[in-house]
Design a protein around this ligand. Sequence first.
Ligand SMILES: N[C@@H](CCC(=O)N[C@@H](CS)C(=O)NCC(=O)O)C(=O)O
Length: 218
Amino acid sequence: MSVSLPILYSFRRCPYAMRARLALVASGMPFIWREILLRDKPAEMLEKSPKGTVPVLVLPDGAVIDESLDVMLWALSQGDPLGWLPDNDLLRRDSYALIERNDGPFKHHLDRYKYASRYEDVDGETHRTEGMVVLKDLDSRLAVSPFLAGDEIGLADMAIFPFVRQFRVADIAWFDAQALPHLHRWLSDRLESDLFAQIMVKRPVWAPEDEDWIFEAG
Ligand SMILES: N[C@@H](CCC(=O)N[C@@H](CS)C(=O)NCC(=O)O)C(=O)O
């Protein structure tokens, strides 16, 4: 067991886990990747983080980070060769405000649009319309700059695009027909990136007897 590397418990299609993997890979730091199933979470993960959500990052000193944005910030504090961390207060505030709206209201509408049948008395289309209000705002930002906050790709882009992807996946033909030209370009650039391909590699579900799979950025 490689005790000197952080261990990430992850689920491939989870947007929170995607943003954690993106930042870990961008940091250039190798890490142990344990792919899990949400319906059958490993005891080892629940011992470390009883709240039972992914991502969970266990550091070599045993500390646990179990909020995706905190995983991103920790990873980028270890190394940020791509310059994703906001480097001034205005950019930081703007990036955090966008991420907060994404993780709060946008995610609320996304869940109720994509998984309407899991909720009582929920009309998916109403939530799709509400989600579109946020996406139209992102599109108008992207009309004036290629990235969500500042002139360079950064934390906000990487923390948010996995959720926009999930919104798209709910009905790809419908999404692609919407007049969101800048958002479509921004999203497809992210989805076609080498970095995204690296974090979406398919892994078998981890079992405790398995040898550690160490992920190193390619
Ligand atoms: N606030 C958490 C949310 C993480 C989250 O909700 N992840 C989902 C998967 S996308 C999860 O693990 N849900 C638990 C479950 O489905 O059992 C974070 O940012 O890390």
